[in-house]
Design a protein around this ligand. Structure first.
Ligand code: PGA
Length: 251
């Protein structure tokens, strides 16, 4: 059985002080939930303090990005090893990194390798744009992203990778996808793609999340689908109340 995972992607929000007060509220309430893993991905600047704060909490910490390089003269970059001092996971291939920072599948593949080398679990994001969806090429786009990002990657356990299906047109737009459509993409494209690579048994255990305008109102619809193993939450993860309400929908 796959344990649901609710992950919060804070993006470029919250100073360290703001991060601490948000996490304090989460910590108090998260003890009342069971059978769900909770991951938050704050900006790098808060990781060290939050790591100290969360030492005896089940809340997991993730980074939003790492460099594909392991160390060296790369001004402004953070290596996997640095992130792994504080984090268990790292978001890779997010559509904002692809769109604004020119990350392509080849680079994302290098970052997946860097994450594995550092002992971080990649939360690999894939998803089609609106134009690609309208052109009927969503499935091919997703297949291609998976093939590119995971080329040559070995996986020893299903828990060593998380995939997030995030249709680009649903991110930060308030326009969420239908739960049945997400299920269809996961069961006909993503999981078979993983099975073709690593075999059905391993693929069956890999968690596949949905992301894109998830909120307390629509979360139940996604999380009740057996093929959707959790959510990658952007905007709504910045509010303790909303994020907790989404976690509650897994109960
Ligand atoms: P959103 O972001 O929930 O604000 O749409 C999701 C994401 O970017 O992962």
């Amino acid at each position: 059985m796959r344990t649901p995972l609710i992950a919060g992607n804070w993006k470029m929000h919250n100073t360290e002080a703001e991060a601490i007060s948000l996490v304090r509220v989460l910590m108090q309430r998260i003890r009342f939930f069971s059978g769900v893993e909770v991951l938050i991905c704050p900006p790098f600047t808060s990781l060290s303090q939050l790591h100290k704060l969360l030492v005896s909490s089940p809340i997991l910490l993730g980074a939003q990005n790492i460099s594909e390089q392991s160390s060296g003269a790369y001004t402004g970059e953070i290596s996997g090893r640095m992130a792994a001092e504080f984090c268990s996971h790292v978001i890779l291939g997010h559509s904002e990194r692809r769109a604004y920072f020119g990350e392509d599948d080849a680079l994302i593949n290098q970052k997946v390798r860097a994450a594995q080398k550092a002992g971080l679990i990649p939360v690999l994001c894939v998803g089609e744009s609106l134009a690609e969806r309208d052109a009927g090429s969503a499935a091919e786009v997703i297949r291609c992203q998976l093939r590119g990002a995971l080329a040559g990657i070995q996986l020893s356990a299903p828990s060593d990778l998380v995939v997030a299906y995030e249709p680009v047109w649903a991110i930060g737009t308030g326009r969420s996808a239908l739960p049945e459509d997400i299920t269809k993409v996961i069961s006909s494209v993503i999981r078979p793609g993983l099975a073709a690579k690593w075999g059905e048994k391993l693929a069956e255990g890999i968690r596949i999340l949905y992301g894109g305008s998830v909120n307390p109102g629509n979360a139940g619809g996604y999380l009740s689908q057996p093929e959707i193993d959790g959510a990658l939450v952007g905007g709504a993860s910045l509010s303790a109340e909303k994020f907790l309400a989404i976690i509650e929908r897994t109960q």
